[in-house]
Every structure is written in structure tokens, then in C-alpha cells.
Design a protein around this ligand. Structure first.
Ligand SMILES: NC(=O)N[C@@H](CC(=O)O)C(=O)O
Ligand SMILES: [Zn+2]
Ligand SMILES: [Zn+2]
Length: 439
């Protein structure tokens, strides 16, 4: 894996800002614009990108890589490969591993495995509470001061429902500019057996549901705790129109709250559940079309700050059960950009500049990453994603780099494809193939 010494990307649409060239030398963006070619050293490699869109490398705030503990479902290496194929140059790896990422030691292990794989920057998310048990705070400070520099903390999969603990976590992370990413779902309103959205459809299907209000009350409580503590809260995978209303209000008050939406909550509705296919069982659940519409509008107008995949690989034995018994979660890394391109850009709801903001710059800022999300600017690390905006393809779950196959997009036609991904000047994926498989 040798780094391209000098590369001139020619004629791409620069993140929606019009056509231009980008010169990469020694892993860094050396020049941007129509006269970038003038600075190119002799022997520079040229890449004709006419008709393609050049984005800053994508950053995923919410990925389940499963290592340590469930290397049969995903490893940091395979998940990193899927991320690179999907156009990502950095991912935040969720803490619900075995052991849980609730100590500096586990966080550093995840960091090191990510570096060894080398496809994307892997930043561990630290657990808020020890063992995700919701009883006592994990070693937040030790994780923050470790080599892994943990800044995002989450008990994802479980809500930090104890208001006193949530308050203390917010106060604690404020000291080092951290953020708590909350899986907002009141366990008292969301029964342990719930497996889909509570509404007319869940009644008809005979499946126990979660009401939207289980999410919305926690979002409302958390923005008030953020206001009280002056700390930052991030709402993971927002899924209801009511949560959007709370966020809109909180932002108007100047409260430090950010939020993410998943590609699946932007595109899929609860109607997918009609066939009882557990591929579509996910937490939070797919919601009615009114919610999907509200989420699209909120992402377009900035109420929701970022797109995050919630890539949640599961082995066949955990997923192929009756709907009520199957594991929650779906794949997302390789299809995130094509889904956003299809439902937001092709529909005229967002520009490519908006995609760069919601999938690179803003998630990097939320996670406190300093060498990601810096855009197409001279001096920034050459973390780049080249997209073919018009290429349509039918998703085939067999072609995934993930070890798992719980892919809700299988057989669907999406418009917009990742052509090439580059991490600090190194091509990590091209046309769906990772670098080792390219030549
Ligand atoms: N998103 C999911 O449906 N599943 C997540 C955990 C979670 O967030 O519930 C997982 O780890 O599989
Ligand atoms: Zn979650
Ligand atoms: Zn998750």
C-alpha cells in the first residue's frame, strides 16, 4: 500500500461549488481551484473526474463494528473496509462491544485495531455507564485522557434514563469538550418486548410497539439538562416528527444540542414490516411516512445536523427468527451516500454542499475530530470521496464487505455511487473494491 506521491483530480464538481481541480501531494491538499494544475510537480498522476462530485471524506458518528466480542458479525477490519467502500474516512465505533468500551484500555484497543486495519480512522465511543448498566458512570476522564482521546460517550442500545446520572455525565464531559450521544427511549414507555412503531399497523400485525412519545420525552428532558448544565448533548438516530419539533425549539433557545438521522429513517417507513421480514427490525423502529417526511425536512433545514449510519451487523443466527425474536439492526455503511443521494439530492431537497456539511464537516465537529471534515481546502489532509452522482445501481447484499448480510437495501435501485475514497492521500477503495483487491 504505497501512497500516491502526487495526484491531480481534474474537473470534478468541488462539493457542489462548481468545477475545479484538486492537487494532492504527500497526503495533503496542496492546491484547489482552476489553476491547481500549475503547482503540480513533474510526474503527477492525473485523474479525470469530469461529471463526478468531489466531497470531503465522510465521517460516520455512529457505527457498530462489533470488535471486541462479536467478530463473527463484524471485525474492525471488515467494518473499516465497508466504511471505505461507502466513502467514509472516519467512523465512531459504538461502545456496546464485549467487553464494553468503558475503560481507557478497551478504547485504546479499538483505536489500535483501527490503525492496524488502516482503511479509515476508527475513533472509539466510550460508554457513559459501566458495562452499559445505567448504574454508575464509566471512567469518562480516563478514556478522554487516553491515547484514544475519547470525546463521544454513549450507552447506545440503552438509554441513559436516570436523569441524575445523565446530568452528572453532561457536567463531567463539559470539562474536556465531550458530548453525550443519547439513544433516546424511555424504557418505561417502551416495553422490553416492543419491536416496531406503536400505531395502527402494529395493532394490525399483532406486534408490541414503541410509542413515539418514548423517544420524544427523553429528547425533551435531555435538552433541558443540556441547558441546565451548559454542556453538549447529541441525539442519536432521531426518528419522530415530535422529536424534530423539540429540537427546533431547543435550537431556537440556543441550547447546545445536535442530532443525527439514519439513512434508513430517511427512506424507509413502517410499511416495510408488512411481510414480517426481520431485516427491517431496527431500533429505533421504522416510523410512519409523516415522520420520514419531517426527518427529511429537518435534515434539509439544519434542525438535524448530521447523517449517521447506525450500521448494525448481525449474523444470520441472530437475525433469522420470527420478527419478535430477531436482533435489532441493519447494515448501512456502504449504502449511506447512495441513499442520501437518492432521497435528498436527486429529489432536490439538498445540494452536494449540504451533503458535505451533514456527512463530513458537522459530524467531525460534533465528535471533536481535528484532521477530518476540514473540507476541500489547501493544507487539509487529503481525505476525499469521489462520487458519481448519476450512476444507478441495484444493491446486492452478497457484494458487501461487511461480514453480515442484514441489508435492507438488497434489490433496491439507488442513484449516486461512491467512485473512490482516499485517506490522507492513500486510495482506500475504488468502485466498491478495497485497495488490496484493486490490482
Ligand atoms: N440500532 C439497532 O437496531 N441495534 C444496535 C443497538 C441499538 O442502537 O439499539 C445494535 O447494536 O445492534
Ligand atoms: Zn441506538
Ligand atoms: Zn446504534
Amino acid at each position: 500500500m504505497s501512497r500516491t506521491p502526487a495526484l491531480l483530480v481534474r474537473g470534478a464538481d468541488l462539493a457542489g461549488g462548481g468545477a475545479g481541480d484538486v492537487l494532492v501531494v504527500d497526503g495533503t491538499i496542496r492546491a484547489v481551484g482552476t489553476d491547481a494544475a500549475a503547482d503540480a510537480p513533474a510526474g503527477v498522476q492525473r485523474l479525470d473526474a469530469d461529471g463526478l462530485v468531489l466531497l470531503p471524506g465522510l465521517v460516520d458518528l455512529h457505527t457498530h463494528l462489533r470488535e471486541p466480542g462479536r467478530e463473527d458479525a463484524e471485525t474492525i477490519e471488515t467494518g473499516s473496509q465497508a466504511a471505505a467502500v461507502g466513502g467514509f474516512t472516519a467512523v465512531l465505533a459504538m461502545a456496546n462491544t464485549t467487553p464494553v468500551t468503558d475503560s481507557a484500555e478497551v478504547a485504546e484497543t479499538v483505536l489500535d485495531l483501527g490503525r492496524r486495519a488502516g482503511y479509515v480512522d476508527v475513533h472509539p465511543v466510550g460508554a457513559v455507564t459501566k458495562g452499559l448498566a445505567g448504574q454508575e458512570l464509566a471512567e469518562l476522564g480516563l478514556m478522554a485522557r487516553s491515547r484514544a482521546r475519547v470525546r463521544v460517550f454513549s450507552d447506545d442500545g440503552r438509554c441513559v434514563d436516570d436523569a441524575r446520572l445523565m446530568r452528572r455525565a453532561l457536567e463531567y464531559v463539559k470539562g474536556f469538550g465531550g458530548v453525550v450521544s443519547q439513544h433516546a427511549q424511555d424504557p418505561r414507555l417502551a416495553d422490553g418486548t416492543a419491536c416496531c412503531h406503536e400505531g395502527e399497523l402494529s395493532g394490525r400485525l399483532g406486534l408490541p410497539g414503541w410509542p413515539a412519545v418514548a423517544e420524544e420525552t427523553v429528547v425533551a428532558r435531555d435538552v433541558m439538562l443540556a441547558r441546565h448544565t451548559g454542556s453538549r448533548v447529541h441525539v442519536a438516530h432521531v426518528s419522530t416528527a415530535g422529536s424534530v419539533e423539540v429540537l427546533r425549539w431547543a435550537k431556537a433557545q440556543g441550547i447546545a444540542v445536535t442530532a443525527e438521522v439514519t439513512p434508513h429513517h430517511l427512506m424507509l417507513t413502517e410499511d416495510e414490516l408488512a411481510g414480517y421480514d426481520p431485516t427491517f427490525k431496527v431500533n429505533p423502529p421504522l416510523r410512519p411516512a409523516e415522520d420520514t417526511r419531517a426527518l427529511r425536512e429537518a435534515l434539509a433545514d439544519g434542525t438535524i445536523d448530521a447523517v449517521a449510519t447506525d450500521h448494525a451487523p448481525h449474523v444470520r443466527q441472530d437475525k433469522e427468527h420470527a420478527f419478535a425474536d430477531a436482533a435489532f439492526g441493519m447494515l448501512g455503511l456502504e449504502t449511506a451516500l447512495p441513499v442520501v443521494s437518492t432521497v435528498m439530492v436527486a429529489e432536490g431537497l439538498m445540494t452536494w454542499a449540504d451533503v458535505a456539511r451533514t456527512m463530513s464537516a458537522t459530524p467531525a465537529r460534533i465528535a471533536g475530530l481535528t484532521d477530518q471534515g476540514r473540507g476541500l481546502t489547501t493544507g487539509a489532509p487529503a481525505n476525499l470521496t469521489l462520487v458519481d452522482p448519476t450512476r444507478s445501481h441495484t444493491v446486492d447484499r452478497a457484494l458487501s464487505r461487511s461480514l453480515s448480510r442484514n441489508n435492507p437495501w438488497h434489490g433496491r435501485r439507488l442513484t449516486g455511487a461512491v467512485h473512490l475514497t482516499m485517506l490522507r492521500g492513500q486510495v482506500t477503495a475504488r468502485e466498491g473494491l478495497v485497495w488490496g483487491a484493486t490490482s
